[in-house]
Design a protein around this ligand. Structure first.
Ligand SMILES: C[S@@+](CC[C@H](N)C(=O)[O-])C[C@H]1O[C@@H](n2cnc3c(N)ncnc32)[C@H](O)[C@@H]1O
Length: 209
């Protein structure tokens, strides 16, 4: 995690749930989770789990949910948000070094984390490492955009991604059945002058061979 990102997320952890609600809805989250067709008693992880939005959506659909995030402040809010789910375990970790053995997970989810990863391919390879054969990786993030202010205001390292790059990185990480499609909705970023700027979001799916 970069210093900027660390500073940003430690300062807004208490407000993240409200900020996030303008970016990503429960409907979009649940539609993305449904696309992965998790097996019974799935063991899954939410990478860059923040305050636990995706982990909360997974808790009733999986036997065990890990949430990994670099920010202790975001994890502290997540612990409060998720206290009613005994099957959720939160841990501090960098996304490029997750403390789990190879091939332990049936599904991995990362919502709005990849544009904070210093090296997106390394982050995707690390997620692929954790998947069992047949396990699904589901990344939801922004398509490329030109809102430079998001680097300054939200510590974004990447102004979204080209879908072809995501397809290529998934393939390079050893994933198959790759599908990158539109999320069920757009997100609405509030720019520095208060204007609302819609941003398009993709859902990327791949399966470990
Ligand atoms: C935009 S927030 C998204 C949070 C959550 N996934 C959600 O949907 O609300 C990005 C999260 O990624 C975390 N993060 C950023 N860089 C990271 C890294 N290198 N390793 C692990 N977590 C990271 C931040 O601390 C933050 O909680």
């Amino acid at each position: 995690m970069t210093n900027n990102s660390q500073t940003y997320f430690s300062s807004i952890a208490g407000q993240w749930d409200e900020i996030r609600s303008g970016y990503f809805t429960e409907h979009m989250r649940d539609a993305a989770i449904a696309k992965t067709h998790l097996p019974e008693n799935a063991v899954v992880a939410d990478i860059g789990s923040g305050t636990g939005f995706v982990a909360a959506g997974l808790a009733s659909k999986a036997a065990k949910v890990y949430g990994f995030d670099a920010s202790t402040e975001m994890l502290a809010v997540a612990a409060r948000n998720l206290e009613k789910f005994p099957n959720v375990e939160l841990k501090q970790a960098s996304g490029d070094s997750i403390p789990l053995p190879d091939a332990t997970l049936d599904g991995i989810f990362a919502n709005m984390y990849l544009h904070h990863a210093p090296d997106p391919l390394t982050a995707i390879r690390e997620m692929a490492r954790l998947l069992k054969p047949g396990g699904a990786l589901c990344i939801t993030d922004l398509d490329t955009h030109d809102h430079e202010w998001q680097r300054e205001q939200m510590a974004d390292l990447w102004l979204g991604f080209e879908r072809d790059d995501i397809r290529r990185w998934f393939a390079e990480a050893g994933l198959s059945e790759i599908d990158v499609d539109c999320a069920e909705g757009t997100c609405e970023a509030c720019g520095p002058d208060g204007e609302v700027e819609p941003l398009s979001i993709f859902v990327a799916l791949g399966r470990k061979r």
